[in-house]
Design a protein around this ligand. Structure first.
Ligand SMILES: [Zn+2]
Length: 306
């Protein structure tokens, strides 16, 4: 381990990322999630060198940053993160990296939750003792393309602030991204119009923003509370709930075990559908727009019984 760190330090010490086209030093960005990293790349183009901390096939709440992640943050000009209590590991990682610009309120910090109309904000203060890990509202907001717009604008604003010389370039890339995204938003609204008002069951409560966008109801989860695994008693409750309402679709990302969902699906004649929580979680979700596209199409197809 010590040897690995020494090698990494040696490599990073001599490494200065460069915009390939112009030979200018690029802005080093560390993004906590692959979805944020993709948006930074779309807006920053070859002006940014982006690294991701949480691998896309892992639960974003609980990853264990490696020594190489500490180095990424140490060397970064900008940290783009989800805010709230999404990344339980963000505080310890920042402490380990000790880069003061990236601490909350620092000039190289971008908290993407700011400016997002949050859902499920509790009306009283919660603590972990309540058995919940969404203490400040639901933190999975990037799954809705309406919020993709807000995040892209925030990223363009921050890049222009750090690198004002190229502000015009970021503005153009933002405009191009928003034009493409808005075109797709209209298409996704049209596509999902046939399934509005239907209901699905989730594993973890990480889809309220996407469900609001497509107009699909999602109120019950295999986890009795966010972060608490399903129990036999709770599965029994869900079985009755699904049968009473004729619910035929259970959604979950790749990183939760499928066994409980499959048991419930067998008992109720439902289908388990894998949606992506992160860009690049599956090959089909290759960038932000492809990620939303994959999720909307999978969901609509399953709810139409195809
Ligand atoms: Zn969560």
């Amino acid at each position: 381990m010590r040897k690995t760190i020494a090698i990494l330090l040696a490599v990073i010490g001599t490494w200065a990322p460069v915009s390939p086209a112009r030979g200018e030093p690029a802005i080093r960005v560390a993004a906590t999630l692959s979805s944020f990293a993709d948006l930074v790349k779309q807006i920053g183009g070859d002006r940014v060198e982006v690294s991701t901390i949480a691998p896309p096939r892992f639960n974003p709440h609980f990853i264990e940053p490696r020594p190489s992640d500490v180095l990424k943050v140490k060397k970064a000009d900008l940290l783009v993160h989800g805010g709230l209590d999404l990344e339980a590991w963000r505080g310890p990682l920042l402490d380990a990296a000790g880069n003061p610009d990236l601490f909350p309120g620092g000039k190289g910090e971008l908290d993407l939750s700011r400016g997002i109309p949050l859902l499920e904000v509790p009306d009283r203060q919660l603590s972990r003792l309540d058995g919940d890990i969404h203490l400040f509202g639901n933190p999975h907001y990037w799954t809705s393309p309406e919020n993709g717009r807000i995040m892209a604008r925030a990223i363009a604003g921050k890049l222009s602030e750090i690198d004002p010389t190229h502000a015009e370039e970021y503005r153009k890339r933002l405009a191009d991204f928003l034009t493409r995204l808005d075109g797709k938003i209209a298409e996704w609204k049209q596509l999902s119009s046939s399934v509005r008002g239907k209901e699905v069951i989730g594993y973890h409560n990480e889809w309220p923003y996407l469900m609001e966008f497509v107009g699909v109801k999602l109120e019950q989860f295999l986890e009795p509370k966010p972060g608490i695994p399903p129990s036999p008693k709770h599965l029994g409750f869900l079985e009755n709930y699904m049968k009473e309402r004729g619910i035929k679709v259970i959604i979950q990302p790749t990183y939760f075990p499928k066994s409980s969902s499959e048991v419930l699906a067998r008992r109720t004649g439902a289908t388990v559908v894998i949606l992506c929580q992160s860009v690049k979680e599956l090959p089909e979700a290759s960038d932000y727009i492809a990620f939303v596209d994959y999720n909307v199409r999978q969901l609509v197809r399953a709810l139409e019984g195809k």
